[in-house]
Write a protein that binds this ligand. Structure first.
Ligand SMILES: *Cc1c(COP(=O)(O)O)cnc(C)c1O
Length: 382
């Protein structure tokens, strides 16, 4: 039986699927079961930053799998300790403590709980169009996908991104935390403004609330710096990480300042901080640093923008690019163009109804980017 039949017969439907059975990857390429090659501008939704089948990650995984895969949080582990140290050393100053989990939504879920525990309050302020995950807590701070699941956490207010006055009105003495992305990913590749972030920091300090920055998608060199908040000199109280952290292996993390309190028994995770994922993360992060993938994202993002914008199709309303996080906003629905791209063997993502989102592995070559630009021009000018 083919992968199609098997999944059609057995999977609970939650995704709109394309009829392609992907069986292998290498760097920024994917292959289907018929041997067709695809240029991957999805990277597993911003996960495979170091490229598919990355040898450094594969070898670290193989080594660790033969050594120790699991180790409960009540015991110490060498890989886990080294990863925590590395994350603290590389992250914005003040973030001194790490909680490890297994996904982006889990990192947000943990951050919300830590914010409640630290502040003794329950209010959340989040941005319209923001995305923070799909578990019930993280979904409460997410703008879309929520209607079928009400009631969620009761005290979550949504404010328009980059409107300082509205933010000021929303943050008060009941606010546990303000949660923001630096570049909204699912929401359409929209960059937060420096003044707005500074205001968010100030309002949180004035009201005794915590500032949670969700870098699940923007972290690990995607936007041209290791963490996107580096470009703003921002010191959040918590930083949520996942997606690219471990080269494709499931992992999430919350980095916290000393102010953030959890306490024994408050939270936990069976798989969180397992030695296998930690070894993969150590290898992936070393690869990013050794190959300066932050500079790659900066340079290649600019390269793409220059090439693509040189001959901007009339259907395009705007291109938003931060490193290799690229949103092409159309004047019409994006889905037909995503399908047409797939026929030209370019895999891209939506971000809201009218935005084509590109999140290629950061190891994508300029030749491959030329091919992506060519396919985009062909499809969008048709
Ligand atoms: C993807 C994403 C999440 C959720 O991560 P999962 O690993 O899918 O649970 C949370 N926040 C942001 C900003 C994301 O892009």
């Amino acid at each position: 039986m083919t992968g199609f039949q098997l999944e059609d017969d057995y999977a609970l439907e939650v995704y709109p699927r394309r009829a392609i059975n992907i069986v292998r990857g290498q760097d920024a390429s994917l292959w289907d079961d018929k041997g067709n090659e695809y240029l991957d501008c999805a990277a597993g939704v911003g996960v495979a930053n170091v490229g598919h089948a990355n040898m450094a990650v594969a070898e670290a995984l193989a080594r660790q799998a033969k050594t120790l895969i699991t180790c409960p949080g009540i015991l110490y582990n060498d890989q886990r300790g080294r990863l925590m140290q590395k994350l603290v050393e590389l992250s914005p100053s003040g973030l001194n403590r790490v909680f490890l989990c297994n996904s982006g939504t889990e990192s947000v879920e943990a951050a919300i709980k830590f914010a409640h525990k630290t502040s003794g309050r329950t209010g959340l302020v989040a941005a319209m169009r923001g995305f923070h995950g799909r578990t019930l807590g993280a979904l409460s701070a997410t703008f879309k996908y929520r209607d079928a699941f009400e009631p969620l956490l009761p005290d979550c207010a949504f404010v328009p991104l980059n409107n300082i006055d509205k933010l000021k009105k929303a943050v008060n003495e009941t606010t546990a935390a303000v949660i923001l992305e630096i570049v909204q990913g699912e929401g359409g590749v929209r960059l937060v403004e420096a003044d707005y972030l500074a205001a968010a920091r100030r309002f949180c300090d004035e009201q005794g609330a915590l500032l949670i920055i969700d870098e699940v998608q923007t972290g690990f060199c995607r936007t041209g710096t290791l963490f996107a908040c580096e470009r703003f000199d921002l010191e959040p109280d918590m930083l949520c990480l996942a997606k690219g952290i471990a080269g494709g292996v499931p992992m999430g993390a919350v980095l916290c300042t000393d102010r953030v309190q959890a306490g024994i028994g408050v939270h936990g995770s069976t798989f969180g901080g397992n030695p296998l994922a930690c070894a993969a993360a150590l290898a992936a992060i070393d690869f990013m640093l050794d190959h300066d993938l932050a500079a790659s994202a900066r340079d290649k993002g600019k390269y793409f923008l220059d090439r693509f914008s040189g001959k901007l199709p009339a259907r395009v309303r705007e291109v938003r690019q931060v490193g290799l996080m690229i949103g092409i906003e159309l004047k019409e629905k994006a889905t037909p163009y995503l399908k047409a791209l797939l026929q030209r063997r370019v895999l891209a993502l939506p971000a809201g109804p009218t935005v084509i989102r590109l999140l290629p592995p950061l190891v994508i070559t300029t030749d491959q980017l030329d091919a992506v630009v060519e396919a985009l021009h062909a499809v969008l000018s048709d």
